[in-house]
Write a protein that binds this ligand. Structure first.
Ligand code: GRF
Length: 191
């Protein structure tokens, strides 16, 4: 079975989708936040976890590049065939990306070129209310140093409805994310 490493910062519903799909051995889950619920999901599934908070690293005198290199060291030790950023709220620079031992992919809650950075769903919903967009969507892409950009591996459009509130839209987005992420990971691992 192929091995993946998943990096998270939050609820970990996308991690859960990968756990449930049983596509690969999840060799390690890394979080940069102690309160990320995804850590609990991983522990419950018997997956090794590692907490690597940037704040603590910087407080101890470390640099951002040093942090990226440290994360890379731990990820490499898990011998992944694929590295999945699933709600990982930290932008990796070359100190991670240049030494990563496998392809690094990211899930972004917007279509290519749209709403890079945080709060993608909320910002799309606000743009919809201003009449600037008619729909939103999600993408999975290869990671480059630019935020939420890089070769696109899969997309899915998600409609926004007049009756939506942010919760309804977010829930439809997450359902689409879980499906697309599993599809893309399956495709990459079987190539
Ligand atoms: C997802 O919406 C993802 O696109 C974004 O962060 C969210 C993570 O959700 N980058 P979860 O932690 O997988 O539930």
């Amino acid at each position: 079975m192929k091995r993946i490493v998943v990096l998270i910062s939050g609820g970990g519903s996308n991690l859960q989708a990968l756990i449930d799909a049983r596509l690969a051995e999840i060799a390690l889950v890394v979080s940069n936040r102690a309160d990320a619920f995804g850590l609990e999901r991983a522990r419950k599934a018997g997956i090794a976890t590692l907490l690597l908070p940037l704040k603590q690293w910087l407080a101890a005198g470390g640099t951002r590049d040093g942090y990226d290199a440290d994360v890379a060291k731990h990820v490499t030790a898990a011998r992944p065939d694929l590295i999945v950023l699933a709600g990982w709220m930290h932008v990796f620079g070359p100190a991670f990306l240049d030494v990563a031992p496998a392809k690094v992919i990211n899930l972004h809650p917007a279509l290519p070129g749209q709403f890079p950075g945080a709060r993608g769903i909320e910002r799309a919903f606000e743009a919809y209310k201003r009449g600037e967009v008619a729909q939103t969507g999600i993408m999975v892409h290869e990671v480059i140093p630019e935020v939420d950009a890089g070769p696109v591996l899969g997309t899915a459009a998600v409609p926004i409805w007049l009756t939506d509130d942010l919760d309804a839209l977010s829930s439809r987005m997450h359902t689409a994310e879980h499906k697309l992420l599993v599809e893309v990971v399956r495709r990459i691992l079987s190539a």
